[in-house]
Design a protein around this ligand. Structure first.
Ligand SMILES: [Zn+2]
Length: 413
């Protein structure tokens, strides 16, 4: 079984390298935006979308034209990759997964570019440095060993710091999953409740920084846009955002590690988180109801990163040879785990479940987790997979390791 893994480190670039990375990021953004504009024009003229091969021809033309000769300053592979990104953005749009591709702005402060050709990347693990075309050796904060063969490398900037993400592949034995099956219920009061009764407290990372964030945002609003002080405050705000993101990533990885390590089968609700977190404000003509309450809940949902948590659980379970099952969420919080009676009246409060039929009382989230586990077991056995076999340590070809890689990756070679 091949295992893909991304290793991310903070870079320690020289001033010259920072200048170049900014330039390359800007030129990749420029290629992306120019191609997007050309696509829009082409669509108006002929109604057709031009695929990657066609866009790559445009790029060759731009790089060789007398008007934009400086495009050649950036590595061509990275610019080609920007076109692949655009193609994917269009595909996501065509297939209903995302909105129409948008132009990238410099102020997004999210510059990144990728070296997709592994033959051009050199990695010096011992000294913690990586070499890529046009930048040379870049030192990084070597916090752990990179395992496997390098596939591609992405350089990205966030809040003024540069990072390298090294994607590798390696052969790993199909592991034998261990531990009992577990159902998980996610919520606002408790981040996750497990069917064995344990639970994980939410991380209030956003709340903790929220007041500071609001303070600087107010202060930025008072300053003259574009002034030195305005920019200083803006950088400070971006640093707070980065800190929140780091704390959240750390929290989610720890939680998903612990759970996937200790359970051979994980069942979760197939929650439509996107629907739950969609704007509650409605339109001017038809304003949404409970806007304040909903936006509070939305923020809590987004703050806790359930989507990301689920994604991590899924791929980490697959890594360990376990099973990940998403079950329909309908009535999981209204079904009595004792007698099976379904009633909305059994959910007394946000926290308390008390069956109107048999009187069984329990924490409402725990009831949800138990129901999720049972549905997951039914779903697995209906696909002919016996949990007993997993429990005995027999190696089973997993039909549920849907994704073996942590992220969608696009590398050449
Ligand atoms: Zn009951």
């Amino acid at each position: 079984m091949q295992r893909l893994q991304a290793f991310r480190f903070e870079l320690m670039p020289t001033g010259e390298q920072v200048r170049k990375m900014r330039q390359f990021g800007g030129l990749c953004r420029r290629v992306y935006n120019d191609a997007l504009a050309a696509q829009q024009k082409n669509r108006e003229d002929s109604g057709k979308f031009v695929g990657y091969a066609g866009m790559a021809k445009w790029l060759t033309g731009w790089r060789n034209s007398a008007e934009t000769p400086w495009l050649k300053d950036a590595p061509v592979h990275a610019q080609q990759h920007a076109l692949k990104d655009l193609e994917r953005a269009y595909k996501n749009f065509f297939e209903g997964r995302a909105g129409f591709p948008r132009f990238k702005r410099k102020s997004d402060q999210r510059d990144s570019f990728r070296y997709p050709d592994r033959k051009q990347i050199k990695l010096d693990r011992e000294n913690g440095r990586v070499s890529v075309p046009k930048l040379g050796w870049l030192r990084y904060r070597n916090s752990r060993t990179v395992l496997g063969d390098v596939r591609c490398t992405t350089l990205s900037q966030r809040a003024g710091k540069w990072y390298v993400s090294i994607l590798t592949a390696r052969e790993a034995e199909q592991p034998v999953p261990v531990g009992p099956a577990v159902g998980i219920d996610v919520g606002v009061a408790r981040f996750a409740t497990l069917s064995d009764g344990s639970y994980i407290e939410p991380l209030a990372s956003f709340k903790k920084h929220e007041r500071r964030l609001a303070k600087y945002q107010r202060s930025m609003a008072r300053k003259i846009k574009g002034s030195a002080n305005w920019r200083k405050t803006k950088a400070r705000i971006q640093r707070i955002h980065a800190r929140i993101a780091n704390a959240r990533a750390d929290f989610l990885h720890k939680a998903s590690n612990t759970i996937s390590k200790n359970h051979a089968m994980i069942a979760v609700e197939d929650l439509q988180v996107r629907n739950m977190s969609r704007s509650a404000s409605g339109t001017v003509a038809a304003p949404g109801r409970n806007v304040r309450a909903k936006s509070g809940l939305n923020k809590a949902i987004l703050d806790q990163g359930w989507y990301e948590f689920r994604r991590q659980l899924e791929y980490k379970t697959a890594w360990r040879g376990g099973f990940f099952v998403a079950v329909p969420a309908q009535n999981t919080s209204r079904t009595c785990p004792c007698c099976g009676h379904i009633s909305a009246g059994s959910r007394k409060t946000q926290a308390l479940f008390a069956c109107v039929n048999c009187g069984h009382e329990a924490n409402a989230d725990l009831v949800g987790a138990i129901n999720v586990l049972r549905r997951g077991e039914v779903q697995l056995s209906s696909e002919g997979l016996e949990l007993a076999r997993i429990a005995c340590g027999e190696s089973v070809q997993s039909g549920h390791s849907m994704k073996q890689e942590p992220t969608q990756v696009h590398c050449d070679g």
